[in-house]
Design a protein around this ligand. Structure first.
Ligand code: IMP
Ligand code: MG
Length: 203
């Protein structure tokens, strides 16, 4: 059997399974600590990338004695997403599927990775606006520190305080544990750095 680490399109493992598991347990503990034990917790995961993280996070919340978790999903597609740092000034977020309402709910919005911040800002505003959530906390597994963000991107990220961050990572394309490169690698149990030259022209 071919070992996933030996795929020539992956540069190296960035975050191992063991580190993921340990950090997700810590995030779950922090979320439980900040939550009202008498109220169910809504985890809203942004598809597709956050599905693995949200599944593990919900089970860790249960394991560490947290309130019952109810899941919802939002399918957000960010137009013009490319692997690497292309010209992304025309990116738009399209919501393809969302719950009808989250009226009165305390929501933890679960995202795989914070890059330019468009997806998370858009979905958070949707939850607090049209879907009428009572509160929204933001939880991202990976926070990408951008090398040279445009002033608009820097301002957007500044206006997006994240409550729970798993790992801060360098400005590289990563995949695995739900994250993809052109739809590949979501099934890897760890997070790896992708060799971007293999994916730059991917649709
Ligand atoms: P943002 O709107 O620029 O913050 O982009 C966030 C979205 O882009 C995430 O939900 C991911 O789907 C995707 N994305 C950004 N960077 C990466 C990466 O390094 N690997 C995989 N997906 C990424
Ligand atoms: Mg995503």
């Amino acid at each position: 059997m071919r070992c996933p680490q030996s795929d020539h399109r992956l540069e190296r493992v960035l975050i191992s399974e063991t580190r993921l598991r340990k950090r997700i347990r810590e995030l779950a503990q922090a979320i439980v600590h900040d939550s009202d034990p008498a109220r169910p917790l809504r985890l809203v995961a942004i598809l597709k990338g956050a599905f693995v993280f949200a599944a593990d996070l919900g089970r860790e919340i249960r394991r560490c004695g947290g309130p019952p978790v109810r899941y919802d999903f939002i399918r957000a597609v960010t137009y013009g997403t490319t692997v690497g740092n292309g010209d992304t000034t025309d990116r738009q977020v399209r919501i393809e599927w969302a719950p009808d309402t989250l009226a009165g709910e305390d929501v933890v919005l679960v995202e795989d990775i914070l890059d330019q911040g468009r997806t998370l800002a858009h979905v958070r505003d949707l939850l607090l606006g049209a879907l009428r959530a009572r509160s929204v906390r933001l939880c991202v597994l990976l926070d990408k520190r951008l090398d040279s963000p445009s002033p608009a991107v820097a301002a957007r990220r500044q206006a997006l305080p994240v409550d729970y961050v798993g790992f801060t990572i360098a400005d590289r394309w990563v995949a695995g544990y739900g994250l993809d490169a052109a739809e590949e690698f979501r099934d890897l149990p760890f997070i790896a750095i992708v060799r971007e030259e293999f994916f730059v022209n991917a649709p």
